[in-house]
Design a protein around this ligand. Structure first.
Ligand code: ADP
Ligand code: AMP
Length: 217
């Protein structure tokens, strides 16, 4: 099963992707995670991405389309399907993705759009923290680990906050993403693939609703 998870930064894509991939077995492909890994490894890709991400801009389409094409062509994704998180973010990327899946002889089964009022998102992003070891995402107020300072998944005590979750960058990120998001939604609505989910509900309620949608695919 091949799925796209859409939603503005902070809508809950990473949080939900973890639960859904665990349940349905497809591979979680997050362009944001791929850029962050490249930045911490200081590769050429990482250096290119850093300049854009630090300012809350999108990384250029040709760079982003290239890494997605490479990832979706790998054996694990071909065997198990994918859940894309944070891609596509522009119409150009959506068109590139259609070509990539056609070349791979597959297709996109469903697009889930997690909708949350942007007012709520600033608050979510400023409280977000992430396990450095396994990448699990938490929130200081809405989704703290069960045992304080201990990752529920891997037991690590080492967490970090993303540089681009600083309030001064967050506002620009949201603005850029809102502008790009609207035509994308229309693109997938026209293809009859889009389902909206109210992402302002509790995390488990959102997961339940996404699972119900995917069971019908
Ligand atoms: P995205 O991947 O879409 O940027 P995340 O999954 O990282 O978003 O979620 C952003 C922040 O909001 C995290 O701190 C997460 O714990 C929290 N969060 C996610 N879903 C919800 C929800 N339904 N209600 C409250 N907080 C949430
Ligand atoms: P995310 O983790 O999805 O919030 O992504 C973090 C940052 O990486 C974004 O603010 C962008 O700068 C960059 N990025 C991630 N995915 C894309 C994409 N599909 N297109 C362009 N830039 C992206």
């Amino acid at each position: 099963m091949n799925i796209i998870l859409m939603g503005l930064p902070g809508a809950g894509k990473g949080t939900q992707a973890e639960k859904i991939t665990e349940h349905f077995g497809m591979i979680h492909v997050s362009t944001g995670d791929m850029f962050r890994q490249a930045m911490s490894a200081k590769t050429e890709l990482g250096k290119t991405a850093q300049n854009y991400i630090d300012q809350g801009h999108l990384v250029p389409d040709e760079v982003t389309n290239g890494i997605v094409k490479e990832r979706l062509g790998q054996e694990d994704v071909k065997a198990k399907g994918f859940m894309l998180d944070g891609y596509p973010r522009t119409l150009n990327q959506a068109e590139a993705l259609d070509q990539i899946v056609a070349q791979l002889n597959t297709n996109i089964d469903q697009v889930i759009n997690i909708k949350v009022d942007p007012e709520i998102l600033v608050n979510r992003l400023s409280g977000r923290f992430i396990c450095r070891k396994c990448g699990a995402t938490y929130h200081r107020v809405y989704n703290p680990p069960k045992v304080a300072d201990t990752c529920d998944i891997c037991g690590s005590h080492d967490f970090y906050q993303r540089d681009d979750d600083r309030p001064e960058v967050v506002r620009n990120r949201l603005k850029v993403n809102i502008e790009e998001n609207t035509p994308l939604i229309a693109y997938y609505e026209k293809q009859g693939k889009l389902t909206n989910v109210d992402g302002s509900q509790a995390i488990d309620v959102v997961s339940q609703q996404i699972q119900e949608i995917l069971k019908k695919v």
